[in-house]
Ligand binder design. Sequence first.
Ligand SMILES: C[S@@+](CC[C@H](N)C(=O)[O-])C[C@H]1O[C@@H](n2cnc3c(N)ncnc32)[C@H](O)[C@@H]1O
Length: 261
Amino acid sequence: MSLIRQAIDYLLYRARAFKLHGVHSPFVFDLYHQVILHDGTYYAFPRVEAIRQELLADTTTIAVTDFGAGSKKLNYSTRKVADIARTSLKPAKYGQLLFRLVNHFQPKVVFELGTSLGITTAYLAEAAKNARVYTFEGCPNIAKMAAQNFESLQLQNITQITGNLDETLQSQLQHIPQLDFAFLDGNHRYEPTMRYFEQCLAKAHEHSVFVVDDIYWSAEMKRAWQEIKKHPQVGQTVDLYFVGLVFFRTKQPKEHFTLKF
Ligand SMILES: C[S@@+](CC[C@H](N)C(=O)[O-])C[C@H]1O[C@@H](n2cnc3c(N)ncnc32)[C@H](O)[C@@H]1O
């Protein structure tokens, strides 16, 4: 998508976005106030960011297998670790938002679709030490680097699943009773995003939380986000522009919020 289109989408988001006074749902009001906008720091933040800095300085080249958006079949290429760290990872602001969401909701089972080098995984795992974080990555060399990062941070509550999500997601879902928290951040195209969303939905419950990444990244992702909002099982959504939050609370009205973040 062109930079001009992205700039227009962002300005439209800013024009739509409410501040606190525009939110009538007590659930979303409290979430916004206490979790989304919370600006305190946690012990985990500098630990995870120190690993990001190491990755950003790492000029090693690795062979990368790309299963994601833009590739109809597998693409093999070599990339510097530093370049992957610069372009593929969620910035600290969003990793720390995910940390706060997990810290607040204390899910037991967390799925992350798209590990990359494991920075966001580390935030998810640090936020709920009693949770099991299942993180999915297609590229074995990238997954290996993520494993080293989990070891450096001594994170023991992460299970890595390596392979194409088209094959690994459904089989892993069969092994869990329910899915409490999901971060959908792999393969940013319409069809796989909707398919993975539906697969995860089959294990969702009243208090599950899904976070969909890059909801304005392309026309396909914008379409996927609109469909997720309309889905009959979806209750409340919060559009924060770079991510969308999805809730399934049946005792509250179906509502969609666009909030400044
Ligand atoms: C945007 S990155 C994930 C970033 C990570 N969640 C973070 O915030 O640090 C997306 C990752 O998903 C992986 N991916 C994309 N499509 C995939 C697929 N079909 N199966 C498995 N992994 C896939 C890519 O290899 C890439 O590493």
